[in-house]
Design a protein around this ligand. Structure first.
Ligand SMILES: *Cc1c(COP(=O)(O)O)cnc(C)c1O
Length: 401
């Protein structure tokens, strides 16, 4: 069986994890800090805070921004549940909008969904393709939109407009108009979950890119504390002789990254561009060569004049299919010992959101994309021979229509 996305764990990673384990310091410490700096450098920004997951990072920022009951947060209907769950945790309302043919939230749909209660927009770089950030950033800065923004605390007053927080769980290393994700929005959150392009088993990173008058160095310190019980000193600082006394400034959270996880990340980030992304790109290109002239298939967009994907998910679509036919094709692919997937089941089709009143009929493009989508395996250890087997299996499964 060709698996869908196993992690790439080699001796270099294992050795670095062993060194971390033997170092006498396994939770947040020097490796976490070094990894933060490498991510910041890679993205071309000043400050990154590592956390225990992207979900924790998204929620930490919503909490910091004071999101609560009565507030609205715009999210795409086509995403993983984490994007909207964090909004529900805060007691606020996820306002779902439809996406475009490229799977991404559209600036037009965002604009239509903005109300005086809108506090945050969470665009999602589905499959690794960045959203239309110049348009999205322009919308939140329009005088008429700013005028309708009603800040209810000091942080919101300081920003004076809707916050743009990218869910970039898929898009580390993707580019939009010559800048990398992380540098494109006020806040960007990456995921290092086991199935993502770069993994630390579990983990996430918050890129701090807020405009003046925010001081991102001070904000970094504040969020460090906020991610560690609101405690004035972290565990490492407290190990310094005589440095035992601490204070707790607020009811903080507990979502710091461990140095054991960061050890994996430190190895991965150094070879991410040349080794991981280039292999993923080669696999995308092989699939595209195989499917682009076959009119049964619609190939995904992953490189345009403005955008280069991080090649996270190869979201192939059947041209003529409904959900049942797509499901049958998937079964026939599995029957040939090839694992595929669907990214994603739209949120309004999941019980949690149906119970809250969301209805998939209001998101026709989301549903159409979903009903024809089959995600193909893409990972570093997938060999050229396996890529050929995947292509054969998919074509044969579609032949049996
Ligand atoms: C994986 C994923 C997340 C959550 O990441 P975690 O690190 O597991 O919390 C959020 N959004 C999207 C789109 C994802 O695919």
């Amino acid at each position: 069986m060709i698996p869908f996305s196993p992690p790439h764990i080699d001796d270099k990673i294992i050795e670095e994890v062993v060194v971390a384990l033997k170092s006498g310091w396994i939770t947040t410490g020097p490796r976490t800090k070094a990894f933060e700096q490498k991510i910041a450098q890679y993205c071309g920004i000043r400050r990154v805070l590592n956390v225990s997951s992207a979900s924790a990072g998204l929620e930490l920022i919503l909490r910091w921004f004071g999101i609560g009951p009565g507030d609205e947060v715009i999210v795409p209907a086509y995403t993983y549940t984490a994007t909207a769950e964090v909004v529900l945790h805060c007691g606020a309302k996820p306002v779902m909008v439809d996406v475009g043919d490229d799977f991404l939230i559209t600036p037009d749909n965002i604009r239509k969904a903005i109300t005086p209660n809108t506090k945050v927009i969470i665009p999602v770089d589905i499959a690794g393709l960045p959203c239309d950030y110049d348009d999205i950033n322009r919308i939140v800065n329009e005088p008429a939109v700013r005028e309708h923004f009603h800040p209810t605390n000091d942080v919101q007053r300081q920003l004076g407009r809707i916050l743009v927080m990218a869910d970039a769980a898929h898009s580390l290393g993707a580019r939009y108009r010559n800048r990398r994700t992380g540098a494109l929005t006020d806040i960007t959150v990456f995921s290092f979950h086991a199935v993502k392009n770069l993994t630390t088993a579990e983990g996430g990173a918050i890129c701090l890119n807020l405009p003046e008058p925010f001081d991102v160095d001070a904000l970094y310190q504040e969020l460090c504390t906020f991610s560690l019980h609101g405690q004035s000193k972290d565990a490492l600082a407290k190990t310094k002789p005589g440095n035992w006394r601490y204070d707790v400034s607020c009811a903080g959270y507990k979502c710091n990254m461990t140095d054991v996880a960061a050890a994996i990340g430190l190895i991965e980030i150094d070879r991410y561009e040349d080794m991981i992304l280039s292999r993923r790109r080669a696999i995308f290109e092989a699939y595209t060569q195989a499917f682009k002239d076959d009119n049964r298939f619609q190939i995904p967009e992953y490189e345009t004049v403005d955008k280069t994907s991080s090649f996270h998910v190869y979201a192939l679509r059947l041209r003529q299919a409904d959900e049942a036919r797509r499901d049958a094709v998937i079964q026939r692919i599995f029957d040939q010992e090839v694992s595929v997937n669907v990214h994603f089941i739209p949120l309004p089709m999941l019980t949690c959101y149906k119970k809250l009143g969301y209805d998939i009929r209001n998101y026709p493009v989301t549903y159409d994309n979903y009903s024809r989508e089959i995600s193909l395996p893409v990972y570093y250890d997938l060999t050229d021979e396996q890529v050929e087997l995947v292509i054969e299996a998919v074509k044969k499964a579609a032949d049996l229509e």
